[in-house]
Design a protein around this ligand. Structure first.
Ligand code: PHE
Ligand code: ZN
Length: 898
């Protein structure tokens, strides 16, 4: 396979660039098939580079038209050019200018990297290595330059011309139907943050006054006619800017901030300096077309990209191994923003659900890698849940360990020291080590060691001594390239809860019974915030003054990204659901009990009838007591772990059909025994008043729709009637889609009719049709694969649009456990064929689809064999992209995690 000979980039081989680029002047003449780019680079040898090195510039599919050094055209003997590189063996040892002219074809660019067209507009994507598809360059993040960009285009075709930084000039090109704009970005930046846009676009805007009183023009550009759908994103941008000033003291630094929404985009969005480019699904929203979850994602991603202006742009990465330095930190910042804007505990639960579903899964797969990888074949394959989500957890743990005040002081020092530089993880940590005087070298292992640590805890109560001891052990399973693991520094936030509800800190959840002596329970190993730093293979802590056997509440707020085993009986866990002061652990307690039962049912160990009864009893009384106090939280409590979660928990010889049956059975049992309260809440929370996407209203809708789902599981007839009524009367997409989703679980003519009508109603709304594709691809029935291949012929589907492909095919592979993992292997063969087809157009998208195979080793043996065959059929293909070649070979490698 081609990838075997592909070269590997290693962190240990990092060395500074031999040359630097101080200034870049770009002149881009936009044309659909023949865009001319003239780059004038002001360069000099790097004093830290090798003194006699040749100048080697990166390229990718480039076509060189002209080359001059200090204004003199170079003759053919003086350089060597290929589509992939441009080499000048005898480069000057003094500052010099290099003028490079290339011609590129944006219409033929289906990889969506570099300059391409989307919906008739021109746009760019340069992270990680896309700038080299525009011109030859030192395309690495530690080469930072000041850019001036002149963009020229047809006035009709592209009335709007945008670049990085501030607009400085513009006008008509005399005697032609072309016009131009000049943009200047005074902040030195790496090439991956370069962007330009040209096209026909509508605009919404407002003025923002920064904390020091500067006026900034904010604008969002969208497809003409959809301007009003950008209002929410614009509002989220303003709130993000205010939040970063208030919480981190960070102010915006240009006169304009532009966001452009495009419909063909490989990822969520991109933080280009002063010119963010977004996948339109993370900008456009109206009550009729977007769900509450869409609104929440828009808010989070607008914030994420804006926050990059400081964590990513002002302080950038030295090399791509440091990707988590900007991504983990920026995810942490957007999570904090969303938590402040919405409900903190509800948001924390959502974060942890994603972390477990995506990152824990990755950590247990052949694709496991450290948050800071040490090598890669293709950097595009490292924009992962591990780098992003686990990267954010590391920052969160750091804050938990050192406390909020020192965390803020450390961030301030980091910004002060690293502003304008390309930094490393070491630079980040050293700021915190310095402000706290702590040695963070053990903590730094979180960046290096992959795999999810397992923490096992046992509790011992001594009634005579009135002590309660907790014995901790930890271990991390082997992962690819890391057979041996060391102990991690794990912050465990914890408390003790009495079975009757009084907390060890003396707080009380239940007036009926109270034991005052709990106020005296103490443990010297906890810090002032109730955190125990567990940093050895084994350790024990002891509480004194504990008069009766308590229930330990461990890992409060999910204080570390670990798997916790605690052998508490179900009744004690259900006491936590009732009494814990920590909302996260209340939710976790119910999930743990549900997971135990689901795993038992799926393995057919025992009927566990009584236990299911106890869980549904606890859920019913929880609903009666607490549901209306926080409906969003209640919706999370009554939602069972997903089939994928259960598969991950079982971990080996997985039978997806058995899991599906187990979960359906549990939903039915809970739906039946809680039918009364469920119906009551369903009615009480009914849709009223105009739609608002705020967290409280969204929470009510989510509880009501969770009730609907369980009611339908309890009784198909009732469910169908309720869902049909809701589908017809809903005033917003959240409720409409939720009812259609419930209907997809109920086979029959009513469902088919509802699906058809929905598809017809939204035939001109591609983002809504994406939801419609997803719902159908997730139907857990035989025949879904045929439905999916049929939908590929739908006029709205396009194999070259990443959103369509992910909505239909990605959802089938990632959400439909039973049908993707069909025992006959048809699901696997289908995905393999799509991956090969997409790879010819868009390797990044193909590689991402292919990661759906990462769970293949967990399956029972027949499915495992089928999956392996499908993977090998991909591996055998000649001319695979580096993206797909890398994922397929790592997926097949032996010796990693099982
Ligand atoms: N840097 C972008 C973000 O997380 C993600 C991205 C990576 C977008 C690569 C496009 C290409 O904010
Ligand atoms: Zn990011």
């Amino acid at each position: 396979m081609r990838t075997d000979t592909q070269q590997i980039v290693r962190l240990e081989d990092y060395r500074p660039s031999d040359f630097l680029i101080d200034r870049v002047e770009l002149d881009v003449g936009l044309h659909p098939t023949a865009t001319r780019v003239v780059a004038t680079l002001t360069m000099r040898p790097n004093p830290e580079g090798r003194p006699d090195a040749p100048l080697v510039l990166d390229g990718d599919e480039l076509n060189l038209k002209a080359l001059a050094l200090n204004g003199r055209s170079l003759s053919a003997e003086e350089f060597e050019a290929s589509p992939q590189s441009l080499t000048i063996a005898q480069a000057p040892r003094q500052p010099f200018t290099l003028t490079i002219e290339t011609e590129i074809n944006p219409t033929a660019n289906t990889k969506l990297m570099g300059l391409y067209r989307s919906g008739g507009n021109y746009c760019t994507q340069c992270e990680a290595e896309g700038f080299r598809r525009i011109t030859y360059f030192l395309d690495r993040p530690d080469v930072m330059a000041v850019y001036t960009t002149r963009i020229e285009a047809d006035r009709e075709d592209a009335p709007v011309l945008l670049g990085n930084g501030n607009p400085v000039a513009g006008g008509v090109v005399d005697g032609s139907d072309r016009h131009y704009a000049v943009w200047h970005d005074p902040h030195p930046k790496p090439s991956y943050l370069f962007a330009l846009v040209g096209g026909r676009l509508g605009r919404v805007s407002k003025t923002f006054t920064t904390m020091s009183g500067r006026a900034v023009d904010l604008a969002i550009y969208v497809e003409p006619g959809k301007e009003s759908r950008a209002d929410y994103a614009l509002d989220a941008l303003e709130r993000s800017m205010r939040w970063d000033e208030r919480v981190f003291g960070r102010e915006y630094d240009l006169d304009v901030f532009n966001i452009v929404a495009v419909s063909d985009f490989n990822m969520g969005a991109m933080e280009n300096k002063g010119l963010n480019i977004f996948n339109d699904k993370y900008v456009l929203a109206s009550p009729e077309t977007a769900t509450d979850m869409d609104y929440a994602h828009i808010e989070a991603i607008i914030a994420h990209e804006y926050f990059h202006n400081w964590t990513g742009n002002r302080v950038t990465c030295r090399d791509w191994f440091q990707l988590c330095l900007k991504e983990g930190l920026t995810v942490f910042r957007d999570q904090e923003f969303s938590s402040d804007e919405r409900s903190r505990p509800v948001h924390r639960i959502a974060e942890v659900k994603t972390l477990r579903a995506r990152q824990f899964l990755e950590d247990a797969s052949p694709l496991a890698h450290p948050v800071r990888p040490t090598q890669y074949r293709e950097i595009n394959n490292f924009y992962t849940a591990t780098v992003y989500e686990k990267g954010a957890e590391i920052v969160r743990m750091l804050r938990t360990i050192i406390g909020e005040a020192d965390f803020r002081r450390g961030m301030d020092l980091y910004f002060e020291r690293c502003d304008g530089t390309a930094a490393t993880v070491e630079d980040f940590l050293s700021a915190f080590a310095e402000v706290t005087g702590r040695d963070l070298s053990h903590f730094a292992r979180w960046y290096e060691q992959s795999g999810t640590p397992r923490v096992t805890v046992k509790g011992h109560h001594d009634p005579d001594a009135k002590t309660f001891r907790l014995d901790f052990t930890q271990s991390t399973p082997p992962t690819p390239g890391q057979p041996e693991k060391g102990a991690m520094a794990i912050p465990v936030a914890l408390g003790l809860v009495a079975q009757d509800g009084s907390d060890q800190d003396g707080s009380d959840q239940d007036d009926s019974a109270q034991d005052r002596s709990w106020a005296n329970a103490a443990c010297e190993r906890l810090d002032s915030r109730g955190v125990f730093l567990f940093d050895k293979p084994q350790d024990s802590i002891t509480f004194t003054g504990v008069t009766s056997r308590p229930v330990p509440s461990l890992l409060r707020g999910f204080s570390a990204p670990v798997k916790l085993s605690l052998d508490l009986p179900n009744e004690e866990l259900l006491a936590l659901l009732r009494h814990d002061t920590d909302a996260f652990n209340r939710w976790q307690a119910a999930q743990t009990v549900a997971m135990r039962l689901l795993v038992g049912l799926a393995k057919g160990v025992d009927a566990a009838d009584q236990d299911i009864g106890a869980l549904s009893g606890a859920l019913c009384s929880f609903m009666g007591r607490d549901a209306l106090a926080d409906p969003a939280f209640a919706a999370l409590v009554v939602t069972l772990p997903s089939e994928a979660d259960v598969a991950q928990e079982i971990g080996q010889d997985v039978d997806p059909d058995a899991i599906h049956r187990a979960r359906s059975q549990m939903r039915q049992r809970i739906g039946r025994s809680c039918a009364q309260p469920l119906q009551r809440f369903y009615d009480a929370l009914s849709d009223s008043g105009p739609y608002s996407p705020d967290a409280a209203s969204a929470g009510r809708r989510s509880l009501r729709n969770a009730c609907l789902d369980l009611l339908a599981a309890a009784d198909a007839g009732t469910g169908e009637a309720l869902a049909v009524r809701q589908l017809e009367s809903a005033s917003n997409m959240t409720d409409r889609l939720a009812s259609l989703s419930v209907l997809t679980t109920l086979p029959g003519a009513v469902r088919e009719e509802a699906i058809a009508r929905f598809g017809d109603r939204y035939r001109n709304e591609p983002l809504v049709l994406d939801k419609w594709f997803t719902l159908q691809a997730a139907i857990p029935e035989d025949g879904t694969l045929e439905r999916v291949t049929g939908l590929m012929q739908h006029p709205a589907f396009s194999i070259s649009n990443p959103n369509r492909v992910r909505a239909l095919i990605g959802s089938f592979a990632m959400l439909n456990q039973v049908q993707f993992n069909r025992a006959d292997g048809a699901g696997y063969r289908f995905l393999a064929s799509i991956v090969l087809r997409v790879d010819e157009l868009n390797p990044q998208l193909a590689a991402r689809l292919l990661t759906a195979f990462s769970t293949w080793r967990m399956m029972e043996s027949a499915r495992r064999a089928q999956a392996e065959q499908a993977l090998r059929s991909i591996a055998q293909k000649p001319n695979l992209s580096r993206d797909v070649g890398d994922i397929v070979s790592r997926s097949l490698e032996e010796g990693g995690a099982k």
